[in-house]
Write a new protein. Structure first.
Length: 122
């Protein structure tokens, strides 16, 4: 055995941690990291902009939900919105949270960026 095959075997073993052992010598382990979500084009994104005060002690936040795509694209859009509004926030789980009531500003920024907005909430 050469050094490369030993490295591959060690890597394969590390990737299978937590996987039940198979006695079948032809069994191929499948990893869950193979599917990377594709990001829809801006005009096909069904985004919804609304205000939320629940579980935030009465403080308003602007939520943009319905984003379909990779986490990197979501974080890039969130960063653009936070920078343009001049506030903080977060982008995760297909949702962008902007601190404060910036519903109108976020709505206009998304429209100018070419996004199709399905609904402007409360």
């Amino acid at each position: 055995m050469n050094a490369q095959s030993l490295d591959e075997m060690a890597k394969d073993w590390k990737e299978r941690l937590g996987v039940v052992y198979s006695t079948n010598p032809d069994y191929k382990y499948e990893s869950e990291t193979d599917d990377i979500p594709t990001t829809l084009a801006a005009e096909k994104q069904p985004l919804r902009v609304y205000i939320d005060r629940r579980q935030r002690k009465g403080k308003a936040v602007t939520l943009v939900s319905g984003f379909v795509g990779s986490d990197d694209a979501l974080k890039a859009l969130g960063k653009m919105l936070k920078t343009k509004c001049g506030v903080g926030g977060t982008a995760k789980d297909g949702e962008i949270l902007i601190q404060g009531d910036f519903r109108d500003a976020v709505y206009e920024l998304l429209l100018n960026s070419g996004y199709k907005l399905t609904k402007r909430g409360n």
